[in-house]
Write a protein that binds this ligand. Structure first.
Ligand code: NAD
Length: 344
């Protein structure tokens, strides 16, 4: 029998959601996806419009704090599952203006959980309805030169962003333990790939390079992140959503550690090869000459690295994209976007 789910995907107009929804609807064309998004500055309207091509897809504009609207949506559409991406996601913004991070990431997640509880748990099949919470490895804080974050690493968030995500993870945990809501949480490392907002590290490096502006790198550039191609993240979400154990958390990461300065250097090398035309007529032999160190981010975590053996062993997940080819695809996508957005 075909399982016809109606899945509420929150935050599907952002980077990961915009990669996840096409992947998911192509793999499960019998599912109905309702993308619920407030359309903050982080939403990509051009990419959002392209999703209309999918027959089982619908977009509804709204805030995850809008209880009345969500109640109506759950009743009217018979929401069977939630995949919750919606969040304020930029660490630098959380340092400057934390309020909205608490409002969306903490209170918004609470509102969604509470509506799911009321709608699902009184019904016959309610305990089968899945609430999948998308979270980050930043909740674990910062690592030294050695070691990895596992699902049992104590939480030690250091920025208002990671603290708000940690709080939301704990709320999800509590709704499983207290009410028996069928939850699963995935904590992922840094994603890269097409459709990411310009303010994040990799798009910033590409954009600054092609505009021949200084490429800002925090501190000594030696902060380490564990980079994962966004589609590998989507595949991990798919597996955890369908097969993850109720109440469990799964870490997703690529065992692919790089310092920020390494990332900038690789990207500049790719741009030298793929887009030399932007530096024509200048003295630059490489875009690398634009790299410039700036004052460090306050409380900047030194190193993140994920031990993904639980999702690998229990659910058969594995990062598939090779870093070189993933970055190449990413650079090609941004160059194409940059050319499209130029006035003719
Ligand atoms: P993003 O900032 O690109 O997109 C977030 C989306 O959420 C936007 O479309 C925005 O309009 C929407 N949104 C924000 N506030 C909302 C609200 N109150 N109600 C409804 N919609 C709202 O983020 P992303 O990079 O796609 O990240 C998605 C999720 O994955 C987040 O929960 C983030 O914490 C998590 N995550 C991201 C990464 C990463 O590297 N990008 C890594 C691990 C985990």
């Amino acid at each position: 029998m075909i399982n016809r789910k109606t899945i509420l995907v929150t935050g599907g107009a952002g980077f990961i959601g915009l990669n996840f929804i096409p992947y998911f609807l192509e793999k499960y064309p019998h599912y109905h996806v309702i993308n619920f998004d407030k359309l903050t500055y982080a939403a990509n309207m051009g990419e959002l419009k392209r999703l209309k091509a999918y027959p089982n897809y619908q977009f509804i504009k709204g805030d995850i704090n809008n209880r009345a609207l969500l109640e109506e949506l759950f009743s009217k559409h018979g929401i069977s599952d939630v995949i919750h991406f919606a969040a304020e996601s930029h660490v630098d913004r959380s340092i400057k203006a934390p309020d909205v991070f608490i409002q969306t990431n903490v209170h918004g997640t609470f509102t969604l959980l509470d509506i799911a509880r009321h709608h699902w748990l009184d019904t016959e099949n309610g305990r089968k309805c899945r609430f999948h919470h998308i979270s980050t490895d930043e909740v674990y804080g910062s690592l030294g030169a050695k070691g990895y974050f596992s699902e049992t690493t104590p939480y030690a968030p250091n920025s208002p962003y990671s603290a708000s995500k940690a709080a939301s993870d704990f709320l999800v945990r509590s709704y499983f333990h207290t009410y028996g809501l069928n939850t699963v949480t995935t904590n992922c490392s840094n994603n890269y790939g097409p459709k990411q907002h310009n303010e994040k590290l990799i798009p910033t490096i590409i954009r600054k390079a092609v505009n021949l502006e200084r490429i800002p790198i925090y501190g000594d550039g030696k902060n380490i992140r564990d980079w994962l191609f966004v589609l590998d993240h989507c595949k991990g979400i798919d597996l955890a959503f369908h097969n993850g154990k109720s109440g469990e958390t799964y870490n997703i990461g690529g065992k692919n550690e790089h310092t920020n300065i390494e990332i900038a250097t690789i990207l500049c090398g790719l741009l030298d090869e793929l887009a030399p035309e932007y530096k024509e007529g200048t003295d630059f032999s490489s875009y690398q000459e634009l790299i410039s160190f700036v004052s460090d981010r306050p409380g900047h975590d030194r190193r993140y690295a994920i031990d993904a053996s639980k999702i690998e062993d229990e659910l058969g997940w594995k990062a598939e994209e090779n870093f070189e080819s993933g970055l190449r695809k990413t650079v090609e996508w941004y160059i194409h976007e940059n050319q499209q957005s130029k006035p003719t």
